[in-house]
Design a protein around this ligand. Structure first.
Ligand code: ADP
Ligand code: NI
Length: 220
């Protein structure tokens, strides 16, 4: 099967699997990540086929949103890959999807290949700015979070293990806390120069949004 046909089937697979997802991890998130990733690829290089294929598949079966565990989501992607690409390509795509995951405010940036850097930056760019804010509140509803609680401060010192607890039901969080524990930190975690540049405007918008949010909260 030629690469264009594989990419079209990956697109259709994402559409079928993610079309009705309501937490901001829907089909259009995959398309946006693909398009952002290819803008970065133009500047930074990297294998365009691997980048597009990974972007389209990366959130199919994300365990945090479909329920179940990490393996269930991986299995869906694995099955698609087994039917469409060779083993080496399949392993490359799966390893990028595993490597790019956010591991809490204290995560260390890993020494990774170009394609992983680009997918990670693109996925994270779609988590900030106006679209990122919309996605955060939609996800917050999914996790049963309140918007904001002045008696519940964010924890930017927590470990990856602690951070994961909000997704297993062991811990509650608020969506405004998520801004401090993830979204506002993403600008400085960008791995490519192009990603860093693209993050600036979106980051500024997060700050403007929070300023207004607290202004209204205090009736100023
Ligand atoms: P990653 O693939 O990097 O692990 P996720 O799939 O966890 O990223 O998150 C993608 C987006 O989902 C986040 O940037 C955010 O918009 C939303 N999200 C994840 N966790 C939360 C949360 N606890 N509260 C609000 N939004 C969240
Ligand atoms: Ni994503």
């Amino acid at each position: 099967m030629d690469q264009d046909k594989i990419l079209e089937e990956a697109r259709a697979f994402a559409e079928e699997r993610l079309g009705s997802e309501t937490t901001g991890h829907d089909y259009w998130h995959s398309i946006r990540v693909r398009d952002i990733a290819m803008l970065i690829q133009k500047e930074e290089g990297g294998d365009p086929f691997i980048i597009q294929l990974t972007a389209l598949l990366h959130d199919v079966g994300d365990w945090k949103f479909v329920g179940g565990d990490e393996e269930t989501g991986q299995r869906m992607i694995k099955e698609f890959l087994e039917n469409h690409v060779d083993e080496i390509t399949a392993d490359r795509v799966l390893s990028i999807i595993m490597a790019k995951k956010y591991r809490g405010p204290k995560e260390e940036s890993q020494a990774v290949n170009k394609e992983t850097q680009i997918i990670q930056d693109a996925d994270r760019l779609d988590a900030i700015g106006a679209i990122g804010i919309a996605r955060a509140f939609a996800s917050g509803y999914h996790f049963g979070q309140v918007l904001y609680d002045p008696d519940f401060p964010p924890d930017v010192e927590q470990s990856a293990e602690e951070f994961k607890k909000q997704y297993t039901g062991e811990k509650k969080n608020t969506t405004v806390n998520h801004f401090y524990e993830k979204l506002l930190l993403l600008k400085d975690k960008m791995l490519t120069d192009t990603g860093k540049r693209m993050a600036e405007g979106r980051h500024q918008f997060l700050e403007i949004y929070l300023k207004q949010f607290f202004k209204e909260w205090k009736n100023e």
